[in-house]
Ligand binder design. Structure first.
Ligand code: ATP
Ligand code: MG
Length: 414
């Protein structure tokens, strides 16, 4: 049983953490719904090609991080390392082009074989947003507005900043690619192994390198923004002016590229300096080439994903659990009637817990620790009279209440 430890890079999300985790996911889901997004979910695993063909052969995710295995039928399967490719696959499998434009929200676990450290896990969770079938900048502005709104509602907007860039359309990128290769070729021997590989296949990706030597070389590299065609420049201007209108602050970072191959035009990251090295909490971009790359009809798309654990770390304290009413039966005769009282109260909408075992003092202490708003004491004698003792834990006052009137009394008081 390998020491009863969870697998490296995975963790148990225990009750307090889970409340915080769910708070992040539920707030995001509720806001996404308010912004007109529909929740859906692709499977947790897919055929490997769904990811390997789309994320790009040179991306870190594909070269190093995927959890890939052969299943019993001999198919190569991969645990999803992100949502977008699976959602794009689902869009095509289900003929959703009919329903486009579509605004989708998803949440759940994703898997990457990374070196575990603070804010970097092998099983982590994402909330994810996609707009499929809208070619214009209004979709870029809309997903950014939702991102900002989610961060605001979670109370972390002040601790993040938005970095924005454009990767241009394909003609701009192809023209720029030649310029970049010409600049980098003399440095070839100085580049990291990974970046030497990228030089041939996707040189822009070298901007994303975490290697200090590469970063030094890239600091002087020509920038795409100086090679954008008019259409790409106009698109980016529209995104920026949309953000200005909405009052969403951003900084243009001409070196921001995204880790995956399928991006065009808008790329963005919300970054914080409160989490140390793992500072990107939410990231995304436009991926107009993705569906075609997967063998489907060209369909524009834009979206983002945020790391739930990183957001949770920024928030820190979990929201308070709901305050229960604790039912305490005293004596054997009271156990079953107490269960009946508890279930009746639950049916009428109250959160009710049972105060088990120990003397009354210990049970009261436990009810207090559970932050109970009220305790209902059921002794055999009282029960025989059809009564119970209700203690308001807020005020400390105690009163006798008839059992047949309990639901009404509690409705009145709590
Ligand atoms: P990083 O540069 O930190 O590796 P990334 O570019 O690989 O991030 P994305 O693929 O854009 O990340 O994923 C979106 C978000 O998911 C990130 O902004 C981050 O909040 C979160 N995330 C990514 N990888 C991990 C991980 N290994 N553990 C926890 N959260 C992660
Ligand atoms: Mg990564």
């Amino acid at each position: 049983m390998a020491d009863l430890q969870p697998v490296r890079g995975t963790h148990d999300i225990l009750a307090d953490d889970f409340r915080l985790h769910r708070h992040v996911c539920d707030r995001a889901a509720a806001l996404a719904a308010r912004h007109g997004f529909q929740e859906m979910t692709p499977p947790i695993f897919e055929f490997t090609e769904v990811f390997s063909r789309t994320l790009g052969e040179t991306s870190d995710v594909v070269t190093k991080e995927m959890y890939t295995f052969e299943d019993r039928g001999g198919d190569s399967i991969t645990l999803r390392p992100e949502f977008t490719a699976g959602i794009a696959r689902a869009f095509m499998s289900n003929g959703l082009a009919q329903e486009a434009p579509l605004k989708l929200f998803a949440r759940g676990p994703v898997f990457r074989h990374e070196r575990p450290q603070k804010g970097r896990l092998r099983q982590f969770h994402q909330i994810d947003v996609e707009i499929l079938g809208v070619p214009g900048a209004q979709a870029d502005i809309e997903v950014l507005a939702l991102a900002h709104h989610v961060l605001e509602e979670l109370g972390v907007a002040r601790d993040v900043s938005l970095s924005l860039n454009t990767l241009g359309d394909m003609p701009s990128r192809l023209a720029y690619r030649e310029t970049l290769i010409a600049y980098l070729t003399p440095f070839k021997a100085d580049l990291s192994e990974d970046s030497r590989q990228r030089l041939e296949r996707n040189p822009m990706r070298i901007f994303d390198s975490k290697d200090a030597g590469d970063q030094k070389i890239m600091a002087e590299a020509p920038l795409l923004q100086d090679h954008l065609n008019d259409a790409s420049r106009a698109f980016f201007d529209e995104v920026k002016s949309g953000l200005d209108t909405l009052g969403i602050a951003y900084r243009v970072d001409p070196r921001l590229v995204r880790g995956l191959d399928y991006y065009t035009h808008t790329a963005f990251e919300f970054i914080t300096d409160t989490l140390g090295a793992q500072g990107t909490v939410l990231a995304g971009g436009r991926y107009d080439g993705l569906m075609e790359m997967m063998g489907g009809r060209p369909t524009p798309g834009i979206g983002w994903a945020a790391g739930v654990e990183r957001l949770a770390m920024m928030i820190g304290a979990p929201p308070a659990a709901e305050r229960p009413i604790v039912v305490i039966p005293l004596g054997d005769d009271a156990q079953t009637p107490a269960m009946k009282v508890a279930i009746d109260l639950r049916r009428s909408g109250h959160t009710v817990d049972m105060g088990y075992s120990g003397n009354l003092k210990r049970r009261m202490a436990r009810a207090d620790k559970a932050n109970a708003k009220a305790v209902l004491i059921l002794g055999s004698d009282e029960l025989a009279r059809g009564m119970a003792t209700l203690r308001n834990m807020e005020t400390g006052t105690q009163s006798d209440v008839p059992l047949n009137d309990l639901v009404e009394t509690l409705k009145f008081h709590f």
